[in-house]
Design a protein around this ligand. Structure first.
Ligand code: SAM
Ligand code: SF4
Length: 482
């Protein structure tokens, strides 16, 4: 039975939604063609428009992507820095990925978990093992998790739902608890998404990998994932089931990055039109070599300069969408990209099921791909604070039901700063009290002081109420937020 038949039997043609006609190879190519050889005056007009914080169209984004002039690139990188600063301030949301299992029936040619990779050991965490992993993460101070699995019958939805529940239930002394769990698992049907929603996930994330259908077909030769449209239409099913925070992404390096940025922006535009809210996050992973994969080189390498450029263009195009970067990037690159648009990062990550409890970076025999930033979380936090950013462990919006359109309605008139900045301060203070080392406390204190001074200038009333809450946290209170 081919995989297309598998879906036809399960779902008929019902899964095919308008997004499948909204994003086509021809449409993306025509957008890129229409924006070729950009004129400086047009580029400047687009930059000015982006600075109004209402985003730019896919054609305008395609224009920026094709700018070659160093001066003009510097101008839009600077514009992205301003937009980032204006909307998000100096705030970076921190999370940890947690791999429940690495079994997979797909054969994505770039991934270490692919079914034909016989060089890795397969592992599915038991509920007891999940408890240990989560406790290890909580002991490091994590409050937000992204849970992941391969796609396999033995890690079906019931297992995922049970595992999420287990993870939420684990509590350690010192107020250690996970307060938000996002999920990145294979696409589901609408009814299954309803079950997933009941497990109280925050964002559902799924990367299209590449939006180019021909390249997608080459890289995903078999398994359910070989069905491009089943994957592309996944967010419609998630939204139908009531999951209104969704995350999209492309794996950069699989195809021409310009094509994939435009594919992603069309996807965001489609979701906004169809559901009244665009994606909550976009992820910008870059392909890293994985053991046991037939790709001995990156098919379309993305240089650091191009990567910087694409992050900036995304920030200008969809200013209110969170942007996620993972530990696939080096420390230096991560620090630079915070400036130009990234608003969330993973910290202290392992891509091996069971890698946290064992504190193991070397279990290559279980890993999905190699990582570049292997520093422990406290070192990452210290680095962030030293750079003048404030790490945030905030989970307030999701717990107060400020999701989907409600979140965007708050975000767009600039309220992110009003809620998110103080919540970042409160959660960072809690981290420093409970888990900080001498060094992170030293830099953390300085960072919080600077944030407070700024808040006092911008909003003295709010500053006074946050000062009271910070003092309460110093006295041992937990989980204070707006
Ligand atoms: N199995 C699910 C799926 O494919 O959507 C979810 C988990 S999968 C482990 C998460 C993501 O890892 C994939 O969507 C892919 O973009 C990314 N990934 C796979 N191999 C990678 C590699 N070699 N380098 C960087 N990212 C990779
Ligand atoms: Fe499986 Fe996901 Fe890896 Fe593909 S990317 S082989 S679906 S785990």
């Amino acid at each position: 039975m081919t995989q297309i038949n598998y879906f036809k039997e399960e779902f008929g043609d019902d899964y095919r939604t308008e997004v499948c006609d909204y994003i086509t190879d021809a449409k993306v190519e025509s957008i890129l063609a229409a924006a070729k050889e950009p004129k400086p005056a047009e580029v400047k007009r687009i930059i000015d428009k982006a600075l109004e914080l209402n985003g730019i169209s896919p054609v305008e984004a395609a224009t920026l992507l094709q700018v070659e002039s160093k001066e003009l690139i510097a101008e839009f990188l600077e514009a992205a820095r301003k937009v980032k600063e204006e909307i998000y301030g100096k705030r970076l949301v921190i999370f940890a990925p947690l791999y429940f299992a690495n079994q997979c029936i797909n054969d994505c040619l770039y991934c270490g978990f692919r079914k034909d990779n016989h060089q890795i050991d397969r592992k599915k965490l038991s509920q007891a093992e999940i408890r240990k992993e989560v406790a290890a993460l909580e002991k490091e101070g994590h409050k937000r998790l992204l849970v992941l699995t391969g796609e396999a019958p033995n890690t079906d939805l019931d297992y995922v739902v049970e595992s999420i529940k287990t993870a939420y239930d684990v509590q350690t002394e010192n107020g250690g608890e996970i307060r938000r769990i996002n999920a990145e698992i294979a696409p589901l049907g609408t009814e299954d998404f309803k079950k997933l929603k009941e497990s109280e996930i925050g964002t559902y994330t799924c990367f299209q990998e590449t939006y180019n259908r021909k390249q997608y077909a080459k890289l995903h030769p078999s398994g359910p994932k070989s069905n491009y449209e089943w994957r592309l239409s996944v967010m419609d099913r998630a939204q139908e089931a009531g999951i209104d925070d969704v995350g999209i992404g492309a794996l950069f390096g699989l195809y021409d990055y310009k094509f994939d940025v435009i594919g992603m922006l069309l996807h965001a535009e489609y979701l906004d039109k169809k559901w009244g809210v665009g994606p909550h996050t976009v992820s910008v992973p870059r392909l890293n070599p994985a053991m046991g994969t037939p790709l001995d080189e990156v098919p379309y390498p993305v240089s650091d300069a191009d990567f910087r450029k694409l992050v900036a263009v995304l920030r200008l195009a969809i200013p209110y969408t969170g942007m996620i970067l993972s530990t696939r990037e080096t420390t230096e690159m991560r620090n630079e990209l915070f400036e130009h648009g990234v608003s969330q990062i993973s910290a202290g990550s392992r891509t091996t099921p069971g890698g946290y409890e064992k504190k193991d970076n070397d279990q290559e025999e279980l890993a999905q791909f190699s990582l570049h930033d292997l520093r422990p979380i406290d070192e990452i936090i210290t680095g962030i604070a030293k750079e003048g950013y404030i790490p945030s462990f905030c989970t307030a919006c999701y717990r107060l039901g400020r999701t989907g359109k409600d979140f965007m309605d708050l975000a767009k008139p600039g309220k992110i700063q009003e809620f998110c900045r103080p919540n970042a301060m409160l959660t960072f203070k809690e981290y420093l009290e409970d888990y900080g080392t001498e060094t992170s406390r030293k830099y953390g204190k300085k960072c919080l002081k600077e944030m407070m001074e700024k808040l006092e200038k911008d909003n003295p009333k709010l500053a006074a109420s946050i000062a009271t809450k910070l003092a309460a946290i110093a006295e041992g209170e937990h989980d204070l937020y707006l």
